[in-house]
Ligand binder design. Structure first.
Ligand code: SF4
Length: 401
């Protein structure tokens, strides 16, 4: 069977992506140099030449959600944690060009040696979810939890998609980092430190409320009522002392602007129009979407699910559009449908385009190191504690539906 992947309709705002500043981003900065024009017909050749000139001195990482025009130059592709570990396994590479977003480059800087420069081709490539948990907000929330007598029996856990400062906070306060693949193991570990899942200890889960809620309810067996949301703009996060005392999981009010767009309506519409369709979504989707899907898992899980799928089977996929489009191209014997009805890119990651990559590589050839991401030593050491706690966790069970 030939796949019939249909591109969702583009919104005019997307025409602006990848160039100039993003006024809504803290990191809305322009490139200091002269970016090549996107219409330059020699961009591919220029990228190839610069990469060849740098040889083993450069190692290019491409996140799964990155544009095709950039991914073609990636030495490895993967999710954020895999890429950071891949970078650490290449100590001979002087320059790590991270085609992802800011927090990913920070993690790579933490895991690589001081001699390696981690570079983000566009400093405006931030993650809206990571930006939803500022370190001052989190410190303030912790102080409030302390005032109501809860902090001492609360373990902070942060998703990989957070700033180095938040990971360091978790390192300082007995907590850990988790990924979307091992969130269940990390939450169980955290609860064990405060009396177990059946005790009265708590986990403060940051910054993605949906991953925290989905994991707590679907994998740990807690109820939706055991989870409350902490809104950093409100006193006590918008909760009463009694609600905080009764809660088991305090969910930071953050979400992914890509995965948060999918709706149960999208699932229902695909089921109604495509017979026997399998719906697979990322756990950053809302609880309603996740519970209406057939399968739930990380990007790596989704990729493997498509690889293992029967020829002729139909799949509705709820994750970033660049990845879904590549899966559709890689599996022409399967029917691949995008879950949303409009374009759903990670707009900040998509700021890194071929002109930015060419500019970065040519700058390196010329002896300039642009947009180096440097995490200060103290933050590195404390974040490393939280990352090492995650690495010491038992291996996660293979993800299931
Ligand atoms: S897809 Fe979502 S979580 Fe991932 S980088 Fe983009 S905004 Fe952040």
């Amino acid at each position: 069977m030939t796949q019939t992947f249909q591109e969702p309709e583009a919104s005019p705002a997307l025409l602006l992506l990848g160039r100039r500043t993003d006024p809504m981003s803290e990191r809305g900065v322009d490139c200091p140099g002269d970016l090549p024009e996107p219409s330059d017909p020699d961009l591919v050749e220029r990228a190839r030449e610069a990469k060849n000139a740098l040889g083993n001195r450069v190692f290019i990482l491409g996140h799964h959600y990155q544009r095709d025009e950039v991914i073609q130059f990636a030495d490895v592709t993967g999710d954020s944690f895999k890429l950071a570990r891949d970078a650490a396994a290449r100590p001979e590479a002087e320059f790590i060009v991270f085609c992802g977003v800011h927090f990913m480059a920070e993690s790579a800087d933490i895991l690589t040696s001081d001699d390696q420069a981690v570079i983000l081709p566009d400093m405006a490539a931030g993650c809206s979810m990571a930006d939803m948990a500022g370190i001052n907000q989190v410190e303030d929330a912790w102080a409030q939890l302390d005032e109501v007598g809860i902090a001492a029996r609360t373990v902070p856990v942060t998703y990989m998609n957070s700033t180095a400062a938040i990971k360091a906070f978790c390192g300082r306060h007995g907590g850990a980092v988790c990924t979307s693949s091992n969130a269940e193991v990390a939450l169980r570990w955290a609860f064990e430190r405060v009396g177990g899942v059946d005790g009265d200890g708590k986990v403060l889960f940051m910054p993605d409320q949906h991953l925290g809620r989905n994991t707590a309810v679907l994998h740990l067996g807690l109820g939706l009522n055991d989870c409350i949301v902490w809104d950093p703009r409100k006193p006590l996060g918008g909760n009463t002392p009694g609600e905080l005392a009764a809660a088991r999981v305090i969910l930071w009010k953050g979400h992914c602007s890509v995965h948060g767009r999918f709706r149960k309506d999208n699932v229902d519409a695909l089921r109604a129009s495509v017979p026997a369709i399998n719906i697979v979504v990322h756990p950053e989707c809302t609880h309603e979407v996740v519970t209406s899907a057939d399968y739930v898992g990380s990007t790596e899980y989704i990729i493997k699910a498509l690889e293992a799928a029967e020829p002729g089977s139909a799949w509705g996929i709820g994750t970033e559009l660049n990845l879904v489009r590549r899966l559709a191209n890689a599996h022409p014997d399967k029917q691949v449908h995008f879950l949303e009805d409009t374009v759903c890119f990670c707009s900040t990651m998509n700021r890194i385009d071929l002109p930015h990559l060419v500019w970065t590589l040519e700058s390196l050839v010329a002896g300039n190191v642009p947009h180096r991401i440097v995490v200060d030593k103290t933050t590195q050491e404390q974040a490393r504690i939280a990352l090492d706690r995650m690495l010491a966790l038992p291996a996660a069970e293979p993800e299931k539906d």
